[in-house]
Design a protein around this ligand. Structure first.
Ligand code: CMX
Length: 451
């Protein structure tokens, strides 16, 4: 268990030296400008976060430590020639900055398997909730209740020095990630399969074991789950789930709370909830046109009407990307390899041709192309995972890999509490009208000086 931790420590300390040098020698270098437009449009494109694990390029998509998803899907070792890369490999890369060997991956699998025992009270908390409580509500309640296990919380209360924060955070992060599949599978079986639970199989890898505990133990299901859990893992630091985790973590809240907060952000329809919305939206369309295999023309008419009525088509558009999401491409490639002629997948493919021109025609959508969520529902449904309400939880398990790696770096760097500045509308109007002049100050409390 210490092997990965030691590797992380070595890599992290090099990063820490770089961080200190940058902070001490270059803190006054300007990296961008903030306009009123930025403030009023969600600060998109404003450099304001430090995230090591991945970077999103609008025209290329996500790169994990500089490596694109496409390259990674070829280079990260897999368990067999026709298998999928393991999410453990991606986690290793995000944490340590090197493409792992198969041994490194099995080291993490084994480490997580030994940490995967979920305390009994967490199941009690889940069982105390109504059976029809939303899976995400059950998931977040379970995660928060697990904070009783936090090593970081105890160490902080005992007065541990800041330079050692990373150590107990590491233990929490690894324990939390290790236990998520068991917790989520428990919620899945409780909610949708009469509470007939399936014990974990510690010989399996993290994603394979999750598929197994959900009740899908065949090699194709495990292959699907490995792919799914890899592609959703991280999308740099500014997306809502990552940013929320970081923000809450910046108060020195424990990793369980920080991750639970991130999940509540993921649960919004403009973010990860879109993955369940896509499928319900397609089902509504099928019902409306009364055809399980509608022609592109019928789909076009349905979408046009939907948009004209002010609807937002889930699974299309993105706050940063300006191309088809490579995570969409990865799923399409997977489907083309393993699935022949499925109605829902066919509809998803037709939407790819129909929706972008319609969104472009609105004249306001910055990116008309599909995102990760456009494909995943149809794929999961094909493999028998038909309960839409559960999809965002699945996204969230994968997202833990990225946001928890980032939280670890936050602790290594000793990043401070995040606290941007806000002003009322009148202040911005006064600035716009030249009544108030602002200077970007040094990194003081407000960051901006009025004159
Ligand atoms: N259908 C209809 N209208 C859309 C649209 C879509 N798929 N995508 C964007 N628009 C609209 C926006 O609602 C906005 O309209 P208003 O000006 O009337 O408010 C306008 O186009 C401009 O938006 P934008 O600058 O292109 O996009 P944003 O950065 O504001 O939002 C996103 C990005 C993803 C929230 C948006 O494209 C959207 O709502 N998509 C559908 C939901 C979705 O799939 N979310 C998942 C994203 C991936 C993820 O995080 O999981």
């Amino acid at each position: 268990m210490e092997y990965i931790k030691n590797r992380f420590y070595e890599a992290a300390m090099k990063k820490y030296d770089e961080y200190l040098k940058l902070k001490n020698e270059h803190s006054d270098v300007v990296v961008g400008k903030v306009t009123i437009g930025h403030v009023l449009s969600g600060m998109k494109g404003v450099p304001s976060l430090l995230t090591e694990t991945s970077k999103l390029d609008p025209n290329e998509g996500i790169r994990f430590r500089g490596i694109s998803l496409k390259e990674l899907r070829k280079t990260i070792p897999r368990l067999c020639a026709h298998g999928e890369p393991l999410p453990e490999g991606l986690f290793y890369l995000m944490l340590i900055g090197e493409v792992p060997e198969l041994d490194d991956i099995s080291n993490i699998s084994k480490d997580w398997a030994t940490r995967a025992i979920v305390p009994g009270h967490v199941f009690d908390v889940i069982d105390a909730m109504p059976k029809n409580a939303r899976p995400m509500a059950q998931y977040v309640a379970a995660i928060t209740s697990m904070a009783s296990e936090s090593y970081f919380l105890n160490a902080h209360q005992a007065g541990v020095q800041k330079k050692y924060y990373w150590d107990t955070t590491y233990e929490d992060v690894m324990n939390l990630i290790a236990r998520l599949p068991r917790i989520a599978a428990y919620i899945y079986r409780r909610t949708f399969h009469k509470g007939e639970h399936i014990d974990p199989d510690p010989r399996l890898d993290w994603a394979g074991n999750f598929a197994h505990m959900m009740g899908f133990s065949s090699p194709p299901h495990m292959r699907l789950m490995r792919m799914y859990m890899s592609i959703h893992a991280d999308h740099e630091g500014g997306n809502v789930s990552a940013h929320t985790t970081h923000l809450v973590g910046s108060t020195l809240s424990n990793p369980y709370y920080a991750y639970a907060a991130g999940m509540l952000g993921l649960a919004g329809p403009l973010h990860g909830f879109a993955n369940q919305n896509v499928l319900s939206w397609i089902m509504d369309m099928i019902r409306d046109v009364n055809d399980e295999d509608p022609s592109p023309d019928r789909i076009r008419k349905y979408c046009k009407k939907f948009l004209d009525q002010g609807g937002v088509i889930p699974g299309f558009g993105h706050a940063v990307l300006r191309i088809t999401d490579p995570r969409y491409d990865a799923q399409k490639e997977f489907a083309e390899k393993f699935i022949k002629n499925d109605n829902l997948i066919n509809i998803v493919n037709k939407l790819y041709n129909v929706v972008p021109p319609l969104l472009e025609a609105t004249g306001k959508v910055k990116n008309p192309w599909p995102n990760v969520d456009a494909y995943s529902g149809a794929l999961l449904r094909f493999y028998g995972i038909k309960e839409h309400n559960f999809y965002t939880v699945m996204f969230g398990i994968s997202r833990a890999l990225g946001v928890m790696s980032s939280l670890l770096f936050d602790r290594v760097f000793g990043l401070p509490i995040e606290r941007p500045t806000s002003y009322p509308l009148q202040w911005y109007r006064d600035v716009a009208e030249g009544k108030i002049k602002v200077d970007i100050g040094n990194c003081d409390d407000s960051g901006i000086k009025e004159s």
